[in-house]
Design a protein around this ligand. Sequence first.
Ligand SMILES: NC(=O)c1ccc[n+]([C@@H]2O[C@H](COP(=O)([O-])OP(=O)(O)OC[C@H]3O[C@@H](n4cnc5c(N)ncnc54)[C@H](OP(=O)(O)O)[C@@H]3O)[C@@H](O)[C@H]2O)c1
Length: 299
Amino acid sequence: MAWGIYINCIIMTARILSAKPCVEEVKLELKKRCESLKARGCHPAMSVVLVGDNPASLSYIRNKKKLCEEIGAKFTLHQLLPGISPDDFLKVVQGLNNDPGTHGIIIQLPVTDHLAVLDLPQLVIPSKDIDGFHGENTRKLFEGSTDMKLLLPCTPKGVVNLLKYYGYPVEGKNIVIVGRSLIVGKPLSLLLTNLNATVTLTHSKTKDLKHFTRNADIVVAAIGKAHFLDKTFFDSAKKTVVIDVGMNSQNGKLVGDVHTQDVSEVVSAVSPVPGGVGPMTVLSLIENLITAAEKQIKG
Ligand SMILES: NC(=O)c1ccc[n+]([C@@H]2O[C@H](COP(=O)([O-])OP(=O)(O)OC[C@H]3O[C@@H](n4cnc5c(N)ncnc54)[C@H](OP(=O)(O)O)[C@@H]3O)[C@@H](O)[C@H]2O)c1
């Protein structure tokens, strides 16, 4: 009886999968690769094209600039007026595509609506597409590649690297992704499938979402709804690992799609927001920049 009461009182506390130690480790390696490029006469340089002054975009850009500077790469922001014409916008991107001193280009999203006439993911040439959005880069995922040195989409790459860093293999695991966006859910489902996981890609029309999440070994949340996944989405017997991609503003605070504190009682590990997938995404971007520069000097 006494034991029964005791066991009922045990509250699981999940391991917190902070990006920090992984970022610190990989940063040192990237710094070395950057120095080696500089010694060969190539100073890796990232250019970000921003339309307008969206505060969230400016905050993401600051993180990219900081990490570039920390590893010794160059960073330039091209801030354009919100009313820029599609033709003038194209000229800026094409100028950077043709500039041998620029190795990686990012078009910071969102751009103003009138630029939607442009096929944005295809504007940056594949060799400088460090976001990994160009069809030529994503095609490699469809073809089954598992080469993490390709210019892969940064958030999916960050999710996989975070799991790897903390020693969670994906091969043979049942992984449920919540959210099927072009930048997160879909490319992540391909990358994990290529890495031999069994992937279920769920979305807003999925019936009985909890049935899937409660049976998963790993759940990745990429929905865009603050604290959407609480402990009722998990079965404590499954010891699920949860990766929270969400970045939502709630009462002036950045929160994820997962209610971390609540789920900590029933899952075995969870990535925090802030400090989880966000920094891993920026790290992937800088890794892509160095890879792009290395490939460009080889010709
Ligand atoms: N940490 C990072 O570096 C990083 C990077 C990118 C995005 N994010 C964050 O990740 C979140 C998702 O971003 P995104 O661009 O992938 O989002 P998105 O394009 O808005 O897509 C959201 C996805 O969630 C699905 N969804 C919405 N409500 C749902 C529900 N009730 N049940 C199940 N699925 C539901 C949608 O389903 P339908 O397709 O059926 O509409 C859609 O597939 C956002 O918070 C974003 O800020 C973070």
